[in-house]
Design a protein around this ligand. Structure first.
Ligand code: ACO
Length: 276
């Protein structure tokens, strides 16, 4: 394709039959997140959302790390010298990609955690829809180890996926844990041996690619919204969202699925998707 590949030096993108493999790329700094990386990631995610070569985003890291968290020098020490407005601009860029864009992304996202994942890196990892880790990936809420609290939105993100006892245990001890433990706590969907990580992630991405993309988008938005609503409001909202989905779905999935099952007896929805 003649279309340019988004990204530059700090974020790499590789397309493979509908999957955009997006890598944080500062391996020599364990993919620590600098302001420049944040600004580049915003551009990449923005471009991929409307790029036909991408149906699913896999977010991973170059080399031996997923990401060692916020860059202590460039994100903290360097921004200490800035004015409040300048510092907030950098913080905003980081929040923009790490959770505002990822949580509300139009396409499915999978965090493929291949190695070190510390502190601030928890936010984008949790903001991805799904996460697969290597058994030997090392995670840690290491903030306490250098005298800060898990801020940004790390604490909020953690509280959304891990129970109270485990959240406070890792927030307060700063103890690291591996991918197996992360899966046990529900921080990631699954952990697999390192040599199976890409294969498993790709299989999951292919499962998502087979589904109706518009309905996927609506389903995940509905999850995040409904979770924070009362039962009464959620029932009203979800009915309206379902009607909106049916009305706007370009491939008329509901009608197809219904006809293929009830009229044609061509598939069993309990066991797999309709023919698109
Ligand atoms: N910020 C800035 N630089 C970092 C970071 C970081 N978060 N993590 C690693 N680096 C840099 C190191 O300073 C070093 O740079 P140098 O080669 O210029 O000296 C380089 O990456 C390699 O780091 P090492 O420590 O030598 O790598 P090693 O493989 O031995 O250890 C590990 C990796 C465990 C990830 C270690 O680097 C580490 O503990 N990093 C900090 C993790 C952390 O606590 N992150 C911050 C969480 S808090 C937050 O995000 C808000």
């Amino acid at each position: 394709s003649a279309k340019p590949i988004p990204g530059g030096t700090l974020v790499l993108v590789e397309f493979d039959k509908g999957i955009a493999w997006v890598s944080m790329n500062r391996p020599e700094k364990r993919n620590a997140i600098s302001p420049a990386l944040a600004f580049e990631m915003i551009e990449v995610l923005d471009a991929l959302e409307i790029d036909d070569r991408c149906s699913v985003v896999v977010l991973t890291g170059s080399g031996e790390s997923w990401s060692a968290g916020m860059d202590l020098k460039e994100y903290f020490r360097a921004t200490d010298k800035l004015s409040y407005d300048e510092r907030m601009r950098v913080y905003r860029a980081n929040g923009t990609w790490q959770w505002k864009m990822l949580r509300n992304y139009g396409k499915p996202t999978i965090a493929m955690v291949n190695g070190w994942c510390f502190g601030g890196a928890f936010t984008p990892m949790i903001a991805c829809d799904l996460a697969i880790a290597s058994d030997d990936a090392i995670f840690g809420l290491s903030e306490i180890n250098w005298g800060i609290i898990p801020a940004g939105v790390v604490t909020k993100a953690v509280a959304g996926v891990i129970n109270q006892r485990d959240s406070l245990y890792y927030i307060m001890t700063g103890e690291s844990f591996n991918g197996v433990r992360a899966a046990e706590m529900g921080l990631v969907n699954q952990s697999v041996p390192a040599d199976k990580l890409r294969e498993r992630t790709e299989a999951l991405a292919r499962t998502l690619i087979a589904k109706n993309p518009f309905v996927l988008r609506q389903a995940k938005a509905a999850y995040h919204m409904a979770r924070e609503m009362s039962w009464e409001t959620a029932a009203e909202y979800l009915t309206a969202k379902a009607d909106q989905t049916r009305a706007l779905d370009p491939e008329r999935g509901q009608d197809k699925g219904m006809a293929q099952f009830i009229d044609d007896k061509a598939y069993r929805p309990g066991l797999g998707e309709y023919k698109r």
